[in-house]
Design a binder for this molecule. Structure first.
Ligand SMILES: N[C@@H](CCC(=O)N[C@@H](CS)C(=O)NCC(=O)O)C(=O)O
Length: 204
Protein backbone atom coordinates (compact mmCIF):
# COMPACT_ATOMS: atom_id res chain seq x y z
CA UNK A 1 0.00 0.00 0.00
CA UNK A 2 1.15 3.57 -0.75
CA UNK A 3 2.29 5.63 2.24
CA UNK A 4 1.45 9.32 1.90
CA UNK A 5 3.19 11.92 4.03
CA UNK A 6 0.44 14.52 4.27
CA UNK A 7 0.95 17.97 5.70
CA UNK A 8 -2.16 19.76 6.99
CA UNK A 9 -3.61 22.31 4.47
CA UNK A 10 -1.32 21.24 1.68
CA UNK A 11 -0.77 19.89 -1.80
CA UNK A 12 -1.04 16.39 -0.30
CA UNK A 13 -4.81 16.66 -0.85
CA UNK A 14 -4.10 16.34 -4.58
CA UNK A 15 -2.74 12.85 -3.97
CA UNK A 16 -5.63 11.89 -1.71
CA UNK A 17 -8.06 13.07 -4.38
CA UNK A 18 -6.50 10.90 -7.08
CA UNK A 19 -6.26 7.88 -4.76
CA UNK A 20 -9.95 8.32 -3.91
CA UNK A 21 -10.82 8.42 -7.63
CA UNK A 22 -8.76 5.26 -8.18
CA UNK A 23 -10.40 3.50 -5.23
CA UNK A 24 -6.98 2.94 -3.67
CA UNK A 25 -6.46 3.14 0.07
CA UNK A 26 -3.27 4.61 1.49
CA UNK A 27 -1.42 4.70 4.74
CA UNK A 28 -1.57 8.41 5.58
CA UNK A 29 1.00 9.89 7.91
CA UNK A 30 -0.24 13.30 9.05
CA UNK A 31 1.89 16.33 9.93
CA UNK A 32 0.48 19.48 11.52
CA UNK A 33 1.54 22.93 10.36
CA UNK A 34 3.70 24.88 12.80
CA UNK A 35 2.58 28.24 14.26
CA UNK A 36 4.33 29.95 11.34
CA UNK A 37 2.49 27.71 8.86
CA UNK A 38 5.63 25.75 8.00
CA UNK A 39 6.15 22.00 7.82
CA UNK A 40 7.35 20.45 11.08
CA UNK A 41 10.93 19.19 11.39
CA UNK A 42 9.71 15.58 11.15
CA UNK A 43 9.07 16.00 7.40
CA UNK A 44 12.76 16.71 6.86
CA UNK A 45 13.47 13.25 8.23
CA UNK A 46 11.31 11.81 5.44
CA UNK A 47 12.74 13.79 2.49
CA UNK A 48 15.66 16.25 2.31
CA UNK A 49 13.38 19.10 1.14
CA UNK A 50 11.04 18.70 4.12
CA UNK A 51 7.94 19.31 1.98
CA UNK A 52 4.67 17.51 1.37
CA UNK A 53 3.44 15.53 -0.46
CA UNK A 54 5.90 12.66 -0.47
CA UNK A 55 4.85 9.08 -1.14
CA UNK A 56 6.58 5.81 -0.41
CA UNK A 57 5.83 2.69 -2.44
CA UNK A 58 8.02 -0.20 -1.37
CA UNK A 59 11.58 1.05 -1.68
CA UNK A 60 10.55 4.02 -3.86
CA UNK A 61 10.17 7.51 -2.44
CA UNK A 62 8.67 10.18 -4.70
CA UNK A 63 8.23 13.90 -4.09
CA UNK A 64 6.70 16.56 -6.39
CA UNK A 65 2.97 16.29 -6.68
CA UNK A 66 2.82 16.23 -10.50
CA UNK A 67 5.27 13.33 -10.58
CA UNK A 68 3.32 11.52 -7.87
CA UNK A 69 0.07 11.91 -9.84
CA UNK A 70 1.72 10.58 -13.00
CA UNK A 71 3.26 7.70 -11.04
CA UNK A 72 -0.08 6.68 -9.57
CA UNK A 73 -1.99 6.62 -12.87
CA UNK A 74 0.75 4.46 -14.35
CA UNK A 75 1.00 2.16 -11.34
CA UNK A 76 -2.75 1.54 -11.23
CA UNK A 77 -3.23 1.41 -15.01
CA UNK A 78 -5.64 4.33 -15.02
CA UNK A 79 -6.51 6.00 -18.34
CA UNK A 80 -9.37 8.20 -17.16
CA UNK A 81 -7.33 11.14 -15.79
CA UNK A 82 -5.37 11.96 -18.95
CA UNK A 83 -6.47 12.41 -22.58
CA UNK A 84 -5.49 9.57 -24.96
CA UNK A 85 -1.70 9.50 -25.67
CA UNK A 86 -0.68 10.90 -29.04
CA UNK A 87 -3.53 13.39 -29.24
CA UNK A 88 -3.34 17.18 -29.21
CA UNK A 89 -5.32 17.13 -25.99
CA UNK A 90 -2.76 14.80 -24.38
CA UNK A 91 0.01 17.39 -24.81
CA UNK A 92 -2.24 20.26 -23.79
CA UNK A 93 -2.89 18.30 -20.61
CA UNK A 94 0.82 17.61 -20.02
CA UNK A 95 1.51 21.31 -20.43
CA UNK A 96 -1.20 22.33 -17.95
CA UNK A 97 -0.16 19.69 -15.44
CA UNK A 98 3.41 21.02 -15.40
CA UNK A 99 2.31 24.65 -15.67
CA UNK A 100 0.73 24.62 -12.21
CA UNK A 101 3.95 24.18 -10.21
CA UNK A 102 6.48 25.33 -12.82
CA UNK A 103 4.84 28.69 -13.60
CA UNK A 104 1.56 29.43 -11.82
CA UNK A 105 2.40 28.59 -8.20
CA UNK A 106 5.24 31.12 -7.97
CA UNK A 107 3.10 33.91 -9.45
CA UNK A 108 0.11 33.05 -7.26
CA UNK A 109 2.26 32.93 -4.11
CA UNK A 110 3.45 36.50 -4.72
CA UNK A 111 -0.18 37.51 -4.13
CA UNK A 112 -1.14 34.79 -1.65
CA UNK A 113 1.66 35.40 0.87
CA UNK A 114 1.00 39.11 1.53
CA UNK A 115 -2.78 38.51 1.55
CA UNK A 116 -2.28 35.69 4.04
CA UNK A 117 -0.40 38.11 6.32
CA UNK A 118 -3.18 40.68 5.99
CA UNK A 119 -1.05 42.98 3.84
CA UNK A 120 -2.04 44.58 0.51
CA UNK A 121 -1.10 42.66 -2.61
CA UNK A 122 1.55 44.62 -4.57
CA UNK A 123 0.24 45.96 -7.89
CA UNK A 124 2.83 44.04 -9.91
CA UNK A 125 1.90 40.78 -8.19
CA UNK A 126 -1.80 41.39 -8.83
CA UNK A 127 -1.15 42.23 -12.48
CA UNK A 128 0.89 39.03 -12.96
CA UNK A 129 -1.81 36.98 -11.21
CA UNK A 130 -4.49 38.54 -13.43
CA UNK A 131 -2.54 37.50 -16.53
CA UNK A 132 -2.35 33.90 -15.31
CA UNK A 133 -6.00 33.79 -14.26
CA UNK A 134 -7.03 35.09 -17.70
CA UNK A 135 -4.95 32.30 -19.25
CA UNK A 136 -6.57 29.70 -17.00
CA UNK A 137 -10.03 31.08 -17.86
CA UNK A 138 -9.15 30.69 -21.54
CA UNK A 139 -8.07 27.08 -20.94
CA UNK A 140 -11.31 26.34 -19.08
CA UNK A 141 -13.15 27.40 -22.23
CA UNK A 142 -16.69 26.09 -22.13
CA UNK A 143 -15.78 24.15 -18.98
CA UNK A 144 -16.86 23.38 -16.45
CA UNK A 145 -13.36 21.86 -15.99
CA UNK A 146 -10.23 22.04 -18.14
CA UNK A 147 -11.22 19.06 -20.29
CA UNK A 148 -15.00 19.02 -19.97
CA UNK A 149 -16.80 17.63 -16.98
CA UNK A 150 -14.32 14.97 -15.82
CA UNK A 151 -11.44 16.01 -13.53
CA UNK A 152 -8.05 15.27 -15.09
CA UNK A 153 -4.69 15.33 -13.32
CA UNK A 154 -4.25 18.99 -14.31
CA UNK A 155 -7.51 19.91 -12.56
CA UNK A 156 -6.48 18.06 -9.43
CA UNK A 157 -3.11 19.82 -9.56
CA UNK A 158 -4.67 23.26 -10.02
CA UNK A 159 -7.21 22.83 -7.24
CA UNK A 160 -4.84 23.62 -4.35
CA UNK A 161 -3.74 27.02 -5.62
CA UNK A 162 -7.31 27.93 -6.60
CA UNK A 163 -8.47 26.97 -3.09
CA UNK A 164 -5.94 29.38 -1.55
CA UNK A 165 -6.96 32.17 -3.93
CA UNK A 166 -10.63 31.68 -3.05
CA UNK A 167 -9.86 31.62 0.67
CA UNK A 168 -8.02 34.96 0.35
CA UNK A 169 -10.72 36.51 -1.84
CA UNK A 170 -8.36 36.90 -4.77
CA UNK A 171 -10.75 35.49 -7.38
CA UNK A 172 -13.50 38.10 -7.06
CA UNK A 173 -12.87 39.58 -10.53
CA UNK A 174 -12.35 36.21 -12.20
CA UNK A 175 -15.83 34.75 -12.42
CA UNK A 176 -14.91 31.94 -14.80
CA UNK A 177 -12.21 30.62 -12.46
CA UNK A 178 -14.62 31.05 -9.53
CA UNK A 179 -17.17 28.90 -11.40
CA UNK A 180 -14.37 26.41 -12.08
CA UNK A 181 -13.72 26.21 -8.33
CA UNK A 182 -17.42 25.50 -7.74
CA UNK A 183 -17.22 22.64 -10.27
CA UNK A 184 -14.04 21.25 -8.67
CA UNK A 185 -15.74 21.15 -5.29
CA UNK A 186 -18.48 18.92 -6.70
CA UNK A 187 -16.00 16.26 -7.81
CA UNK A 188 -16.34 13.03 -5.80
CA UNK A 189 -12.55 12.77 -5.31
CA UNK A 190 -12.35 16.30 -3.94
CA UNK A 191 -15.20 15.58 -1.55
CA UNK A 192 -13.65 12.30 -0.38
CA UNK A 193 -10.17 13.81 0.07
CA UNK A 194 -11.31 16.84 2.03
CA UNK A 195 -13.67 14.79 4.16
CA UNK A 196 -10.75 12.51 5.04
CA UNK A 197 -8.04 15.11 5.61
CA UNK A 198 -9.76 18.46 6.03
CA UNK A 199 -9.85 21.49 3.72
CA UNK A 200 -7.02 22.41 1.37
CA UNK A 201 -6.87 25.99 2.62
CA UNK A 202 -6.71 26.98 6.29
CA UNK A 203 -9.88 28.49 7.77
CA UNK A 204 -10.19 32.29 7.84
N1 LIG B 1 6.45 21.61 -6.02
C1 LIG B 1 6.14 20.85 -4.84
C2 LIG B 1 5.83 21.83 -3.69
C3 LIG B 1 5.78 21.15 -2.34
C4 LIG B 1 5.46 22.18 -1.25
O1 LIG B 1 5.93 23.32 -1.28
N2 LIG B 1 4.64 21.76 -0.28
C5 LIG B 1 4.24 22.66 0.79
C6 LIG B 1 2.84 22.32 1.27
S1 LIG B 1 1.59 22.71 0.10
C7 LIG B 1 5.13 22.46 2.00
O2 LIG B 1 5.48 21.35 2.31
N3 LIG B 1 5.37 23.56 2.73
C8 LIG B 1 5.96 23.52 4.03
C9 LIG B 1 7.17 24.34 4.19
O3 LIG B 1 7.70 24.83 3.20
O4 LIG B 1 7.57 24.53 5.34
C10 LIG B 1 4.96 19.91 -5.14
O5 LIG B 1 4.20 20.19 -6.07
O6 LIG B 1 4.83 18.87 -4.49
Amino acid sequence: MITLHALQYSRATRVLWLLADLGQPCHRVDYQRTETFRAPEDLSKVHPLGKSPVIEDGDRMIAESATILRYLVEKFGDDTHTPPPGTVEFWRHEELLDYVEASFAEVALQAILPAFRGKPVPEAAKAALDTHLAYIAQEIGDGPLLFGDKAMLADIQLSYIVALLVRLDLLAEHTKVAAYWAALREQPGYIAATEAAGPMAPPG
